[in-house]
Design a protein around this ligand. Structure first.
Ligand code: FES
Length: 162
């Protein structure tokens, strides 16, 4: 991949931010997740083109980087809506009604898990334990953790996100 091709997948600003992360780390590959998050911060998700450019920048294979991106479920490999709703489906939340809550959220938003609303406002995804089991059931919208979620609160909760 030439420098021109590399820049097609990453902006100069993204490259500068990734290089700055690398300076704190023992080797370039250690910046894999940080680099993916930097690109996602700028673009909302990580396309194949960007993933290949990051891999090239870090001196690793695109397959290896894709495995990391796939394993780490906060990296989005497809376009997402303006807000990403992640509903915990791990055991404590399940015991506290996450299954029914998930159904209520799907009904409220009119989409299934893995889908985005027609107006691009919300993408709905399941996620593993968010680390707030004592406040189950939980969900996260963008960076905001929402605890003790109840179906009756959905209108108020989603209404805060335009
Ligand atoms: S199981 Fe849902 S926050 Fe831990």
């Amino acid at each position: 991949m030439s420098e021109v091709e590399l820049l097609q997948g990453l902006s100069g600003e993204e490259i500068a931010e990734i290089e700055a992360e690398i300076t704190h780390l023992p080797d370039r590959e250690s910046a894999a997740i940080d680099a993916l998050m930097i690109v996602q911060k700028h673009r909302g998700w990580v396309s194949d083109t960007s993933l290949q450019a990051i891999a090239r920048l870090l001196g690793m294979s695109a397959d290896a980087l894709d495995s990391i991106a796939t394993f780490y479920n906060l990296i989005f490999r497809q376009p997402v809506g303006r807000h990403v709703v992640m509903v915990c489906d791990s055991v404590s939340c399940y015991v506290m009604g996450a299954d029914g809550l998930g159904k209520a959220i799907q009904e409220h938003l009119g989409i299934a898990f893995g889908e985005t609303t027609d107006d691009d406002r919300f993408t709905l995804l399941p996620i593993v334990c968010l680390g707030a089991c004592d406040k189950a059931p939980t969900m996260m919208i963008d960076d905001e953790l929402i605890e003790n979620v109840a179906a009756e609160r959905l209108g108020e909760i989603f209404g805060r996100f335009e």
